[in-house]
Design a protein around this ligand. Structure first.
Ligand SMILES: [Zn+2]
Length: 379
């Protein structure tokens, strides 16, 4: 069945400014496994949209060869609201300028609405439980009405993704190595995807506290399994946030490389037929998100780095200096040092920082005390 492309209109458009989601579908509806991809939910994270275009080319070829076994849904730009947000010539794609906050937070909770309604349908068959839970989630989402345009965006994407076996939410960081987020239940199931992408970190958290897109679909299963231990309920939705390096890492070579890795991942997970070839050696093991240190600017200042991406640091190593332009030029700039041993995973690409802004991420191995409580994701 050839690719079907469809435009889904968002509700609550401002007059004269109708927004829409473009969705491409491959394979027979309902065929398994189902894979869902979306690009640039944070609309200023452009590498993801380019990778999606390269992936679509690969999928068109696979379709022409009759190689699509499951179902594949690709949303090549997930955030038409954010794509249009420019302020004084600068693109503002991370937060909804109408006051809706971070586009990758506050996704619908699918656990609470189905936890009670699905109880009577659960039994001893894992496959039947999965089907019953997906049906309950679908019924709940069908009954939701969007309160505003942002809510409509969330509902539209959630209805496309909720019943997938594999969900890939493609983002990037400011300036970064390639890495991904998962819940622990999907490690090492996703180890092949991480290895083929060449991930330098895989950050695991059972609940990062931000209600991000990926966790909206992966965590309901683990929560239902905990609530109903007498029924077999698998972690049926492997959902990953992929951080495709930094905002400026936009080249066709990188996008083609990432799309190739994802395509081979679909082959390894049975969505597409064909031989993916040998798996490259993994560049990292998975580590806890609570072991990933977020260093923050202690004050306003001009950041200059003493490290580069990929550097291995020891606790106490100098990471950055923060120069106060109003300060005594003879005084030493403030120093920011690593609080853990680890890998320099991401840095900033804007060098004038406010107090509290993230300045660097260091992927360590030891859980950090300050990361044990509260939210593990930046806003
Ligand atoms: Zn993002």
């Amino acid at each position: 069945m050839p690719r079907r492309s469809e435009r889904l209109l968002l509700d609550h458009a401002t007059p004269g400014a109708q927004r829409e989601i473009l969705v491409h579908r491959y394979g027979t509806p309902g065929a398994r496994p189902k894979a869902y991809f979306q690009a640039s939910l944070h609309a200023d994270e452009v590498p993801a949209m380019l990778a999606a275009q390269h992936l679509l080319r690969r999928l068109d070829e696979a379709e022409a060869h009759g190689a699509i076994r499951g179902e594949i849904v690709v949303v090549p730009y997930a955030n038409p609201l954010g794509l249009a947000q420019f302020v004084n010539s600068e693109h503002m794609g991370r937060y909804e300028l109408g006051g809706g906050g971070n586009f990758n937070r506050h996704w619908p909770d699918l656990f609470a609405p189905v936890a009670e309604t699905v109880a009577a349908a659960l039994g001893d068959s894992e496959a039947e439980n999965v089907a019953a839970i997906r049906a309950a989630m679908g019924k709940y989402l069908d009954g939701c009405a969007a309160r505003d345009a942002l809510d409509s965006l969330r509902l539209t994407l959630a209805r496309l993704a909720f019943d997938a076996d594999l969900v890939f939410d493609m983002h990037c960081d400011a300036a970064a190595l390639i890495y991904m987020f998962l819940i622990p239940d999907h490690w090492p199931l996703a180890a092949d995807i991480a290895a083929d992408l060449g991930c330098r970190a895989v950050l695991l958290a059972a609940d990062s506290g931000g209600a991000s897109f990926d966790e909206a679909f992966s965590t309901p299963w683990t929560r239902l399994a905990a609530k109903y231990p007498e029924h077999p309920i698998p972690a049926a939705c492997l959902a990953a946030t992929l951080e495709l390096r930094g905002q400026a890492d936009v080249t066709d070579a990188l996008a083609a490389q990432d799309a190739g890795a994802l395509f081979r991942g679909l082959q390894r997970h049975g969505v597409i037929t064909g031989d993916p070839g040998p798996l490259p050696e993994a560049l990292c093991d998975a580590t806890g998100l609570d072991a990933c240190e977020t260093l923050r600017a202690p004050s306003y200042g001009i950041v200059t780095y003493a490290v580069a991406l990929g550097d291995h640091l020891r606790k106490g190593d100098l990471v950055a200096r923060l120069t106060d332009p109003a300060g005594d030029p003879a005084a030493a700039p403030r120093q920011v040092r690593a609080g853990t041993d680890g890998l320099v995973l991401s840095l900033r690409n804007r060098m004038w920082l406010q107090p509290g802004e993230t300045l660097a991420r260091i992927a360590g191995r030891e859980p950090l005390v300050e990361r044990q409580a509260g939210k593990l994701l930046d806003d």
